[in-house]
Design a protein around this ligand. Structure first.
Ligand SMILES: [Zn+2]
Length: 273
């Protein structure tokens, strides 16, 4: 029989919360939550630190998304009647969660996401902008106030908005007398609405804990092995940078090809995070 450490309910709650708000898909979230809790219950330490708990939740939900072709830096298309968070990359969603919902500082977020504090701050800004833009664009896409420019951009993707459409709609709103109000509203309310989302309730936590007990030994062993060798402080192995979406590298390569040597150097420096 494998040793399975009992988990604190607060830790289970944190795992559910991070995973649900990063995965945005009940089926993916269910697997990632179970796998995270399996890994946490296998750790030797009597009590996992919060950064360890969050690191494992982050690693497992990214793993499940990656298995479905959604990499940490993939900006998915979002349905016009969808959830604004869905327009964010998984790493932006995780950063938004850690900074805005938990109020962690850049070095704590960096420890969870394997980023230097400076890169974590940069990602916080990017995630915030992406979220406000997504809220604005989705509101505009279903808005019935007549604006021909807005109509044209919103109609481009036939019910889906790419990151480019989201940006185009927001840029348009910034300079359109009819559409500007949506941008102002999103800028003032988006993050407040996000942080006010309810926490996992007691019955969800009980259900997840009960489910964990039923994981068979061979399945349990497979999940723990797959998680890899833990770092000394209990965090999962470092996130390999090549896990990024291949398209990300392609875009970087194209940009590098057409910019000056100076800009390439700047690009290399920012890549170093
Ligand atoms: Zn307009």
């Amino acid at each position: 029989m494998l040793s399975r450490r009992a988990l604190a309910r607060d830790d289970v709650s944190s795992v559910i919360d991070l995973v649900v708000l990063t995965a945005l898909d009940p089926a993916i979230a269910a697997v990632a939550i179970r796998d995270t809790l399996v890994v946490l219950s296998s750790l030797d330490a009597p009590q996992a630190s919060r950064r360890t708990v969050l690191s494992h939740a982050r690693a497992e939900v990214w793993r499940q998304l990656r298995a479905r072709g959604v990499h940490a830096d993939t900006a998915p298309e979002v349905r016009v009647d969808g959830e604004p968070l869905a327009a964010l990359t998984p790493s932006e969603r995780t950063a938004l969660y850690l900074f805005a919902r938990l109020g962690l500082d850049a070095s704590e977020v960096g420890a969870v996401m394997d980023l230097r504090p400076r890169a974590a701050r940069h990602l916080r800004r990017r995630a915030h902008v992406a979220f406000v833009r997504a809220v604005t664009a989705l509101a505009l896409a279903v808005d019935l106030t007549p604006c021909p420019v807005r109509d044209a951009i919103a109609a481009r993707g036939a019910g889906m908005l790419s990151r480019r459409d989201v940006d185009a709609l927001t840029m348009h709103a910034a300079e359109c007398r009819i559409c500007i109000d949506w941008l102002r509203r999103a800028d003032g309310n988006a993050i407040t609405g996000y942080t006010a989302l309810p926490l996992p309730d007691a019955s969800a936590i009980t259900l997840v804990v009960a489910d964990l007990v039923r994981v068979p030994d061979d399945e349990y062993r497979r999940i723990v092995t797959r998680a890899g060798a833990m770092r000394r402080d209990g965090r999962p192995p470092r996130e390999p940078r090549l896990d990024r979406d291949p398209r990300y590298w392609l875009v970087r390569a194209t940009v590098f090809g057409v910019t000056s040597v100076v800009l390439v150097l700047v690009g290399v420096l920012t890549l170093g995070h």
